[in-house]
Write a protein that binds this ligand. Sequence first.
Ligand code: CU
Length: 178
Amino acid sequence: MMSRFLARLRPVAFSLSLMPLLLAVSPLAAHDYKLGDLRIDHPWSRATPGGAKVAGGFMKITNNGQEADRLVGGTLVSAGIVEIHEMAMQGNVMTMRALAQGLEIRPGQTVELKPGGLHMMFLELKSPLKEGEKVKGTLVFQRAGTIEVEFKVEGRGASGAHDHGAHDHGGHSGGHKH
Ligand SMILES: [Cu+2]
């Protein structure tokens, strides 16, 4: 009885202890991060077409804690400015606007930043983002603090019809009324 129990238990314990090692050495391993109660899944961006100075940053953020947190900022080594944006209809025109208070992630909630929706906005890119690269950056949360991440650069057509690179970004700040 006991030996059967142990036989079942051992493979589980073995694979759990091995997991951090595999994550560290395998480039094919899932690309996710933990910071306090937050889990950040697959930060990615898209290759920029020649000369583009802007790109979007995407990921899933899950809050497994008891308190709300907020994504309030971040950095990307190749970007001069990083903002957090949402897409919103203004009349019948889709526009982007910066979230001055950041992006709230409530307890138990998973928020997805994705093309055409909530996103990080990388502005003033000093060098193009090339498919296959991993670009270092940080995410800053109000409660959990700062974490270093890598944004995986995917192909230009990746996930979603909305091409951020082609966006008229000047129009979005120009359209702001303060
Ligand atoms: Cu934007």
